[in-house]
Design a protein around this ligand. Structure first.
Ligand code: PXG
Ligand code: PLP
Length: 436
């Protein structure tokens, strides 16, 4: 298999992987092909990304063609047509009023970008004191300094003390097993958790110092936490009352996961800015970005005057290969009406997730659209061990699901069919019976 020593793998127990490598050498539609020829069903759209399925013809062809035509052109004072075309397509899909798109290469870059935009926007309007950010416990906003600082997953923060931005605070998370275990979809109770923003956080810091609130509409990497009914609308109302920008981090929710282009449309709540990545190219080539409302773009254009209006950008912002992949992906979503799949599969998926109620160790089941998780009680003194064991045993039985601590997350490609759901849930159920 070659020398595995030199690669320092991300977010991985490196020695453990290298002892028994889960090596993927190919993929098609719903499946990986492993080095030993076995097939594994992809139950997590790889890393919540591959919404159109693997190696889809339109996407592959778009990338192939682009690689031979224009490998790279910069978007710093020069341009190429594909970046404009993708921005237009994304703006068409975005909630009404959010119509300008800035490209990054990842979700983490999108989050740090949106934070700079928020501070810059307030400054240009004469509110330069608005520099603080409010995130939420159990939130995940990537690994760069800004995003890590507004995130609320303790293991991702604890080793980096002095690197965390000082000007942040966090809302409570909405996960409460004593009040809301085994709820299907959004809980009818819990919207009042949003009131903490107005009752505790704004009085503490003063609204005049707060730039933005950033939340995932449905938290993904924090364990698939579904917002209570009305919760996001309350955050919206409070932010509006206090001149605070509301940012939805839709890196996982965007591009069809909830049966609409964005979660914003699913919930009927419009933020001021949206971060996206992952599904925009179905994971095929890295691409991310920020969608902003027109007023924010216009403020930069008008208030900054001639010269560069926003001193920010990545060498590969709007890379031609990524843009070609995005166009192939958006065409695939549209032609196959893939954003309708979570609605069509809603009942089967929800029933599948909630079939684990009463299964060994399971203390919660959560779902919305085509994203869900079951939560297991942690093993005494070994948090996360049960989750990892389920992941490994499922892999050995030909199904990939992701452990998030002691949660097992489900987020299949939107092309999946009932038979794939049956296999995925069936395998997890079988494995659970063997886990101590
Ligand atoms: N925001 C959200 C909401 C995300 O889910 C990012 C930002 C960062 O995106 P990049 O492209 O920089 O990874 C993400 C990414 C996990 C896991 O453990 C989740 C993500 C990334 C890696 C692992 O489930 N989400
Ligand atoms: N655009 C994209 C990328 C889509 O995936 C969809 C629906 O799935 C649409 C637009 C809307 O298409 P339609 O009106 O055919 O549902």
């Amino acid at each position: 298999m070659g020398n595995l020593e030199h690669y320092w793998m991300p977010y991985t127990d490196n020695p453990r992987f290298k002892l028994a490598p889960k090596m993927i050498v190919g993929a098609k539609d719903m499946h990986y092909r492993l080095a030993d020829g076995r097939e594994v069903l992809d139950g997590l759209a790889t890393l919540w990304c591959v919404n159109a399925g693997h190696c889809r013809p339109k996407i592959v062809e778009a990338i192939r063609k682009q690689a031979g035509e224009l490998d790279f052109a910069s978007s710093f004072s020069t341009g190429h047509p594909l970046a404009f075309a993708v921005a237009e397509r994304v703006a068409e899909l975005a909630p009404t009023g959010l119509d300008h798109v800035f490209f990054t290469n990842s979700g983490s870059e999108a989050v740090d970008t949106v934070m700079k935009m928020a501070v810059g926007y307030h400054r240009l309007r004469g509110e330069g004191a608005r520099t603080r950010f409010i995130g939420r416990e159990k939130g995940y906003h990537g690994v760069n300094i800004g995003g890590m600082s507004v995130s609320g997953v303790p293991v991702n923060r604890k080793a980096y003390g002095g690197l965390l931005l000082g000007g942040t605070d966090h809302l409570r998370h909405t996960h409460d097993l004593s009040a809301r275990a085994f709820v299907r979809g959004c809980s009818p109770t819990g919207a009042e958790l949003a009131d903490e923003l107005e009752q505790r956080i704004i009085p503490l810091h003063d609204a005049s110092n707060i730039a933005a609130v950033i939340v995932e509409p449905v938290s993904g990497a924090g364990g698939v936490l579904v917002p209570p009914q009305g919760y996001l609308q309350r955050l919206r109302d409070i932010c509006t009352r206090h001149g605070i920008l509301l940012i939805f981090d839709e890196v996982i929710c965007g591009f069809g996961r909830l049966g609409k282009p964005f979660a914003s449309q699913y919930f009927g709540v419009t933020p001021d800015m949206i971060t996206f990545a992952k599904g925009v190219t179905s994971g095929s080539v890295p691409l991310g970005g920020v969608i902003v409302k027109k007023e924010i773009y216009d403020t930069f254009m008008k208030s900054s005057g001639a010269g560069v209006q926003f001193f920010h950008g990545y060498t590969y912002s709007g890379h031609p290969l990524a843009c070609a992949a995005a166009l192939g992906t958006l065409d695939t979503y549209a032609e196959e009406k893939l954003f309708d799949r979570p609605n069509e599969l809603a009942k089967a998926f929800e029933d599948g997730v909630h079939s684990f109620k009463g299964a060994p160790h399971v203390i919660d089941c959560r779902n919305l659209g085509l994203i869900g998780a079951i939560e297991m009680a942690p093993r005494e003194g070994a948090p996360g061990a049960r989750g990892f064991e389920v992941f490994e045993k499922c892999w050995d039985k030909g199904v990939f699901v992701r452990p998030v601590g002691d949660n097992v997350a489900f987020c299949p490609p939107l092309i999946c069919e009932k038979k794939h759901l049956d296999q995925m849930f069936g395998t997890v159920a079988e494995v659970l019976r063997t886990v101590a």
